[in-house]
Design a protein around this ligand. Sequence first.
Ligand code: NDP
Ligand code: 2IT
Length: 446
Amino acid sequence: MNRYASSVLNTLKKKYPEQKEFLQAATEILDSLSLVLDKHPEYENKGLLERFVEPERIITFRVAWTDDAGKVQVNTGYRVQFNSAIGPYKGGLRFHPSVNLSIIKFLGLEQILKNSLTGLPIGGAKGGSDFDPKGKSDTEIMRFCHAFMRMLWRHIGPDTDVPAGDIGVGGREIGYLFGYYKSLVNAHLGALTGRGTSYGGSLGRTEATGYGLVYFVEEMLNTAKKDSFKDKTVVISGSGNVAIYATQKAQQLGAKVVALSDSNGYIYDPNGINLKVIQQIKEVERKRIKEYLNYVPTAEYHEGCRGIWNIKCDIALPCATQNEIDESDARKLIANGVIAVGEGANMPSTIEAANLFVSNGVLFAPAKAANAGGVATSALEMAQASQRIFWTFEEVDKKLHSIMVDIFHNCEKAANEYGMPGNYIVGANIAGFEKVANAMMAYGVL
Ligand code: NDP
Ligand code: 2IT
């Protein structure tokens, strides 16, 4: 690592020793950026990196709400407005019991570079709460979302900060959040994306992250190996928004998806997953994935989500959560002949796992590039809302496809330019950083 990058990382480690996910993301990024810093010694005197790794603003707040039994519950809410150099803060909200400042900061830091890679004018942010949606009634979800927005509304807006979904926040939650925002500000503003299509949402946003991931991996396979998803065996972790639409697009391109998971376990269906069944269980009934066996008794269910990486596959798409693939999982995938790994989740591979894939010649599509289709389509939703028009599904999907193809080639080009051909981790970090760095330098010291 370059001396300047390493001194900035050491300071972060001293200042935030408990923020392990944030330090993990910062380590990977600063390592890649070393190559750029060697070319730009002027950045050091301007404190560019010190500013880049420190959020512009962090908002934390109490969220008090009443459960169905009439008992008051208290959660913590977060919004990390990380960087607004190239556009309004933009990024999802995560509702999961594991949420803490370290996780929101890692997601926010990744989001800055991801949003820059889309080529659209959006800055980086992330937010959420340690609220656990599992087992909550619909009215409890509504009361929580309203209570959360009661505290957040004054900090967001269509030109300031535009949240969207992430783990535990889908169309239903965005509806409750947006409805409450709209009534508080007394205006119908595009301050959230992922909205329903009857109230300002874009067609194709629901599918965008999963579809975009598959478009990126298809382009990577085609460019590097003249290959494609056709007739490939694919393993996908998770069974939420990203996993479902990655499965759908991979199947449309002729692949056989044989496994999906949730946090309790995974299903293996050697005949190919029946996606309609998964959608019924997950999108309609909100139940556990083991219910799949009630519909497809020939499939297998295994307790524990980790074992999914033992399944032999050509392409692995981790679409659940951070650090779900460690070094030993990576070794198993490599030993079983995996040719490509595409990260749908944010930071699903540990640094060691990602490096193993790259050093063993596995085509590796890093999250901030490969899962950028969701936020890119959020930016398309913002554009439509500003113009007060709606594009057709086909128009949005075509734009998404071309954005993902461009992101792949920009990563490939940056990797080549900096002497690391085929290393799309380095390529993504550098290609994303350059635009943000240029804008920050243009503003003077802020
Ligand atoms: P969902 O809430 O729709 O689904 C999450 C899935 O991951 C569920 O199957 C869930 O299982 C599983 N999961 C969550 N946490 C854990 C955990 N700690 N251990 C094991 N499994 C877990 O979320 P999304 O599909 O939207 O998000 C999935 C990933 O994709 C996240 O990393 C997110 O940051 C990333 N992402 C999402 C985008 C979007 O547009 N939605 C855009 C870009 C990235 P269970 O139900 O049992 O908890
Ligand atoms: O991680 C992500 O890019 C998202 N959760 C989507 C963010 C967005 O604003 O659409």
